[in-house]
Design a protein around this ligand. Structure first.
Ligand code: LLP
Length: 417
């Protein structure tokens, strides 16, 4: 559910006409709805009200500091995967004690930065990383709070690029050797072993992989407690899917119900790292039709947004609905919606049945709040687009459009040229 809807034939973000944003800020741009972000966070959080829990919003999905600030203000923590995300989280005012740090390749300086900040825990993804964290902590004479990210080897049945909990994936520690590593970690003086973690993939549309993963982790949790290792946190990662097209993912309330049931005999705080389910349908990419073009095979709608602005269709063959800003009766055509980039892979939609649009018309690429702007690039020297947060009848530019100067700001021409 979201707050983008037609009123008198015109598409609004909450109470602001998208036409107005396009006129004042220009296109392309990302537009987010504060009401949707807030509702999504609260629904997820309240679904777990009956158990001790912490929602650590996965910043990688949309890391604008205004978005992080909003969710932190609702009581959220964050899941980070880099020093840059830690910097953003602290800048946005997230309490360090609500930050979990995941990712397979944390560097020494990132580990140091996180220890200095005093984060809640590191989700450790390998033995080598465990030793690196221990080493840095020893040098700082601090105890590093850790969880092991266990790879439970379950198939999340999602796109292979966003599956993470299978044996063949690079993520986590094989569940069959995790116990041994826990026993080792418990002996290391500068580590404090406090949790267990998993994340099996993204855009999951069924509950059973989550339950399978949890059951496997529970078994390990109990074995560890027999060994005297009592864990305070069980982090289930993120991954709950959203409707982009015809998917019917479970509602967060259903998700919470099965997790709470499966975890009911554990004495620990549950942590969740939702990303997409909070921000995905809270954002759109607003774009303008530049040209219409036909060849013998196809219709093309050429728009001013491209794969550098929204990579998901090119990268994963992802489907995003495309709505015209002006709603009116008109025939449909089948067309590819493409950007100006010099690559055949530059499309936002392929063979899409879409209302016949005119050049100059505005379109909304829906469900673009997650993994949209954050994955954008400057390819073809295209300045990255602005981000706008709408709150009822107001909006705020929460990131400006880059300028041509910004494009070359960090570059230099050597003296010898
Ligand atoms: N926790 C960890 C450790 C993760 O790796 C991820 C996502 C999340 C939480 C949040 O997952 P979510 O709730 O958003 O599914 N770029 C891809 C998605 C990559 C997901 C990477 N990890 C896409 O556009 O579909």
């Amino acid at each position: 559910m979201h707050n983008f809807s037609y009123k008198d034939g015109e598409l609004y973000a909450e109470d602001v006409p998208l036409q107005q944003i396009a006129a004042e800020v220009g296109t392309p741009c990302y537009v987010y709805s504060q009401a949707t972000l807030t509702r999504h966070f609260k629904v997820f959080d309240e679904a777990f009200a009956e158990v001790p829990h912490l929602i650590c919003y996965s910043v990688k999905a949309n890391s604008n500091i205004a978005v992080i600030r909003l969710l932190a203000g609702l009581g959220g923590g964050v899941d980070i995967v880099s020093g840059g995300e830690l910097f953003r989280a602290l800048k946005a005012g997230v309490s360090p004690q609500k930050i979990v740090f995941s990712g397979v390749g944390k560097t020494e300086s990132e580990i140091k930065m996180a220890l200095e900040a005093g984060i809640l825990m590191f989700n450790v993804e390998s033995e080598a990383e465990l030793e690196a964290i221990h080493q840095v902590a020893a040098e700082m004479k601090k105890k590093a709070p850790i969880a092991l990210r266990v790879n439970p080897d379950v198939d999340p049945k999602t796109h292979p690029y966003i599956s993470t909990g299978l044996k063949k994936n690079k993520f986590g520690i094989d569940i069959t050797v995790a116990k041994e590593l826990y026993l080792k970690a418990a002996q290391m003086p500068y580590l404090e072993v406090i949790g267990i973690d998993c994340h099996i993939g993204s855009q999951l549309t069924t509950l059973s992989p989550f339950v399978d993963a949890l059951n496997r982790i529970k078994k390990l949790y109990k074995e560890l407690s027999h060994e005297g290792i009592n864990l305070r946190y069980l982090d289930m990662g993120g991954g709950l899917g959203i409707p982009y097209h015809e998917e019917e993912p479970p509602h967060p309330i259903e998700y919470a119900k099965v997790i709470i049931e499966a975890a009911k005999d554990l004495q620990c705080t549950l942590i969740f790292e939702p990303g997409r389910v909070i921000v995905g349908n809270a954002g759109i990419l607003l774009t303008k039709v530049l040209y219409l073009k036909q060849n013998r095979e196809k219709n093309f709608i050429i728009v001013d947004a491209a794969m550098n602005d929204l990579a998901r269709p090119s990268l994963y063959g992802a489907y995003h609905d495309i709505w015209p800003i002006r709603q009116k009766e008109r025939p449909y055509i089948v067309a590819d919606v493409v950007g100006p980039i010099c690559e055949s892979g530059d499309f936002l939609a392929k063979d899409r049945k879409i209302p016949e649009v005119k050049s100059g018309e505005l379109l909304a690429v829906m469900s673009a709040g997650a993994y949209g702007f954050v994955m954008s690039s400057n390819y073809n020297s295209r300045p990255r687009v602005p981000e706008i947060l709408v709150n009822k009848n107001c909006y705020w530019v929460i990131r400006q459009r880059e300028t041509y100067e910004d494009l070359v700001r960090l570059e230099a021409i050597p003296d010898w040229l």
